[in-house]
Design a protein around this ligand. Structure first.
Ligand code: ATP
Ligand code: MG
Length: 535
């Protein structure tokens, strides 16, 4: 199906049901109202001259307008380009030009970021009607801004939707008839965990099907109320969250524009949520907040933890302390729409906590060694996946596409192990493996050990270059509130418990980890800072 078809089917079956709740703004929309607003937004985009195949950027935190733009662009066959809300001027310029955005939809500001100010600085020539080409953003024609504080050369979002005329609305239906599921509909930038984000080109078919399979596995129904604290700009929010919920007619609840653990827990309690998504660091923060202040989370049933290695201890606590008895882990990547592995809600708790579950329907998997040969069951190898979910390619980057896809097989860059029943354990990224004095060290093993320390709240292990051993093991540790544990005591704690070569040579106690906007720990940033500090 196409994205507009998906929404239409759900509206037909559950039109009066509540679709979207935004806790921060207080907005609540039924599926009927939502679909009408989508049409008005699509008609508004038509009035700007947006046509099939055009790129429309969205640069905003989690707001209603984000979701409206997502479905409105799909309604007219334009490609939605999801731009990281944490981007600054030069990154925005890079993303918009990389894919040639014609329109940018944005919020006025977010946290300390003045979005409108940055756009004005990039494109001072931008005119309101009959826009001038801007030197630094040559393809951009219009900027649409959410909120009340809209400068004269930009278009207010409410003005855009107000442009919907009956004639434009009729034109929409004609356009939709020409859409095909295999059309590219979305350019999703990856998280930038390992460096510069890459723009994956995805079709309706890719993401609509993946959204269905993801929510099949957690048995989402129209009775479910799903809390989405992950950013919409990322596949976790927009595909697994929004498209997943729409495919089942479930209710979506957005606790805030950005993530805070308190807002998320409050939203769960206030809305009687049955499901919640998050990356591991978000669940760590929620558990800590729960220790600080109790909330009734007894309505929770399931959810998804994904996006980065999920510490077993954290999964167990989420099962127990957050009542998410059927929580599953997903493994995937933006380039594969995203999910390829997931547990079932009725898999044994151990399997749900320790593995990423089993392969999704209609996908193939193999584990390969450095030469591309398949490794036997029980051995570590790089995960390759193949099937309907693999992207067409990186937008405008054939060399990178060719380097990462062979005969339809996506090279994930992640190391995994499969057991005889098909359960997969993720070991870590190929690039994060530490080779110290000839020993292969997997950071995850050390992280799993350290996070069991009663005073440790979060931990990241990585390697830095070393003259003697090739690489040395480093750990960044976040302590639980009130703890005064010293780095040296943590090293002592490792002695006799893990092999001597795995004991982090350098331990640093920190208050925060460097995270991507999706909440993923950026080891490359820690690695750079650590090297600077030791220099
Ligand atoms: P970039 O490609 O820009 O460096 P990224 O790889 O983090 O960033 P995403 O596409 O958001 O961008 O994330 C996919 C990656 O996240 C996977 O390749 C994997 O390394 C990691 N990941 C996702 N889910 C899991 C999981 N359940 N367990 C371990 N790692 C996971
Ligand atoms: Mg990646």
């Amino acid at each position: 199906a196409t994205i507009p078809q998906l929404l239409r089917e759900t509206v037909a079956a559950h039109g009066d049901a509540e679709a979207l709740v935004f806790c921060e703004s207080g907005q609540r929309l039924t599926y009927n109202t939502f679909a009408q607003e989508v049409d008005r937004c699509a008609a508004g985009l038509l009035s700007l001259g947006v046509t099939q195949g055009d790129r429309v950027g969205i640069w905003s935190p989690n707001r209603l307008e984000w979701v409206l733009t997502q479905f409105a662009t799909a309604r007219i066959g334009a490609l939605l380009v999801n731009i990281n809300p944490a981007y600054r001027l030069s990154e925005l310029e890079y993303a918009l030009n990389k894919v040639g955005c014609r329109v940018l939809v944005t919020a006025c500001s977010f946290k300390s970021s003045d979005y409108v100010g940055m756009i004005r600085e990039l494109a001072p020539e931008l005119g309101r009607d009959g826009p001038l080409a801007s030197a630094r953003l040559p393809e951009l024609r219009h900027v649409v801004v959410m909120g009340d504080d809209v400068p004269p050369e930009m278009i207010a979002f409410t003005e855009l939707t107000g442009r919907a005329t009956p004639a434009l609305l009729v034109r929409l239906d004609g356009i939709e008839a020409g859409l095909t599921p295999s059309d590219p509909i979305n350019i999703q930038f990856t998280s930038g965990t390992t460096g510069m984000p890459k723009g994956a080109t995805l079709s309706h078919f890719n993401i609509v099907n993946n959204a269905r399979f993801v929510t099949d596995r957690i048995a989402l129904t129209p009775a479910d109320r799903l809390v989405i604290p992950v950013p919409l700009y990322h596949c976790f929010g927009m595909v697994m969250g929004v498209l997943g919920a729409v495919s089942k007619g479930a209710k979506m609840i957005f606790p805030g524009e950005g993530f805070t653990p308190a807002q998320t827990l409050d939203a769960i309690a206030a809305e009687g949520a049955t499901a919640c998504y998050g990356v591991p660091t978000m669940f760590v923060a929620m558990l800590q907040e729960l220790d600080r202040q109790h909330r009734d989370l007894s309505t929770l049933r399931t959810g998804i933890m994904a996006g980065a290695l999920c510490p077993i201890e954290v999964m167990k606590r989420v099962n127990r302390d957050m009542h998410m008895r059927e929580v599953t882990i997903c493994y995937g990547m933006t380039e594969t729409s995203p999910v390829s592995f997931q547990s079932f809600t009725d898999d044994p708790t151990e399997k749900r906590c320790e593995t990423v579950g089993r392969i999704h329907p209609h996908l193939e998997v193999k584990l390969v060694d450095a030469e591309g040969n398949t490794v036997p069951v029980g051995e570590k190898g790089e995960l390759w996946t193949r099937g309907y979910s693999v992207m067409a390619g990186y937008w405008g980057d054939e060399a990178a596409t060719e380097a990462s896809i062979t005969d339809g097989w996506m090279h994930t860059g992640d190391l995994g192990v499969l057991d005889a029943e098909g359960f997969c354990t993720i070991v870590g990224r190929v690039k994060d493996m530490i080779i110290r004095g000839g020993e292969n060290i997997y950071p995850r093993e050390i992280e799993e050990f350290l996070i069991r320390h009663p005073e440790v709240s979060d931990v990241q292990v990585f390697g830095i270059p070393d003259d003697t051993f090739g690489e040395e093991v480093c750990a960044w540790v976040v302590l639980k509130p009130g703890s005064t544990l010293a780095a040296e005591s943590l090293r002592d704690h490792c002695k006799g418990q893990i092999a001597h070569f795995k004991i982090p040579r350098h331990v640093r106690i920190v208050t925060d980890l460097p995270l991507t906007a999706t909440g993923k720990p950026q080891k490359f940033v820690m690695r750079d800072r650590m090297q600077e500090m030791l220099r």
